[in-house]
Design a protein. Structure first.
Length: 112
């Protein structure tokens, strides 16, 4: 059986991604809106390819994104994030009273 990579374009927002319709009714009082902070992309075929990561600087500047491609790190304009058919995995966080959850763990990034 031959496998084919699905390159369908999936649209997703950077902010206020509402997942309420996918939550159980018992969790209706819990937060269902999330913010995108990282994307793992896969480029090429099922058997081969390159992974890159887009990551938002959520500690200092909500609007600043970076692209990580092996040892190369670049500033990235947010219009390159959405409408990307190479997105493989999205990372989201929910806010509590408009604050980042104090139990979240973040690593500071220093560009040299």
């Amino acid at each position: 059986m031959d496998w084919i990579k699905n390159n369908t374009l999936v649209l997703y927002p950077e902010d206020n991604l509402d997942l309420q319709q996918y939550c159980s009714s018992s969790s209706s009082s819990q937060k269902s809106s999330y913010t995108l902070y990282s994307i793992i992309n896969h480029d090429d075929s099922l058997n081969d390819g390159l992974y890159t990561i887009f990551c938002r600087d959520i500690m200092n500047n909500q609007q600043q994104w970076f692209e990580f491609d092996d040892e190369i790190i670049k500033y990235l304009h947010s219009d390159k994030l959405c409408f990307n058919s190479k997105a493989y995995l999205l990372f989201l966080y929910g806010e509590v009273d408009n604050r980042i959850n104090e139990n979240a763990v973040f690593v500071k990034l220093f560009l040299i």
